[in-house]
Design a protein around this ligand. Sequence first.
Ligand code: SAM
Length: 194
Amino acid sequence: MILHEINFNEELTLSKVCDTIRAEIEKEPDFLPRSSEPEVGPFLFQFIQLIQAKTVLEIGTFKGYTTCKLIESGVKVTSVDIKDQRHSLVKELQKFVKNFEFFEQDSLDYLRKCRDSLRRFDLIYIDGDHDLDHVKKELLLLSNVVPSTGIMVFHDATSANCPGVIQALMEYREQYRTDFVVLPTSRGCGLAIL
Ligand SMILES: C[S@@+](CC[C@H](N)C(=O)[O-])C[C@H]1O[C@@H](n2cnc3c(N)ncnc32)[C@H](O)[C@@H]1O
C-alpha cells in the first residue's frame, strides 16, 4: 500500500491515517513473524502519556507498524533502520507527518551521532539487531542517549530465538547495578523495561 491510495481529501485525522496503515500492514504475509505484536504499539502509546515523553526513538522500523502507533501519540518520533527497500511507506509518511523523521542507518552509527551531538530521547523502543554483541554495544550507547528520567523498552526479551537480548540485559544489569522488568506479550516475545 502507498499513502497516495489514502484519500487525504476526506477529513482524516492522524489517528485514522495511522490505523489505516497498520490495518494494511497486518494483511501482509511477513507481518506475523516480523512486526511487534499488535498490543506493543498501544502499550508504548500509553507509556508516552504516563512518563510525559516529548521525544521517542524507535530502533528497527521494519514496515512502520509500531512506528504508526508512536506517531499517533503526537510527540516527536524518530525511527531508525538499516538500508532496505521495505521502508518506502515510512519514507512517504515523513512527508505528511511534521513530527516524524526516519533515518536509514545502522543503529550503532545513529546512536554514536546522538551521543556526540548530545541528542536525548525520553523513550527508546529497541527492536533491531538482536545479536548479543550488537545489543551490548547498543546498551552502552543508549545509556548516553536516554536521560536519567527516561525509559528503554526492548522487544524480544523472552524470544527463544533471540537469546542475545536477555543475555546482554543481564550482563548490563550485573555490570552497572541497574535493573529491568520483563512483561509478557501475546506471541511470547516479551518486553524488557529499564
Ligand atoms: C523485527 S523487525 C522490527 C519490527 C518493528 N518493531 C515492527 O513493529 O514492525 C527488526 C528490524 O530491525 C532492523 N535492523 C536489523 N539490524 C539493524 C541495525 N543494525 N540497525 C538498525 N536496524 C536494524 C531490520 O532491518 C528490521 O527491519
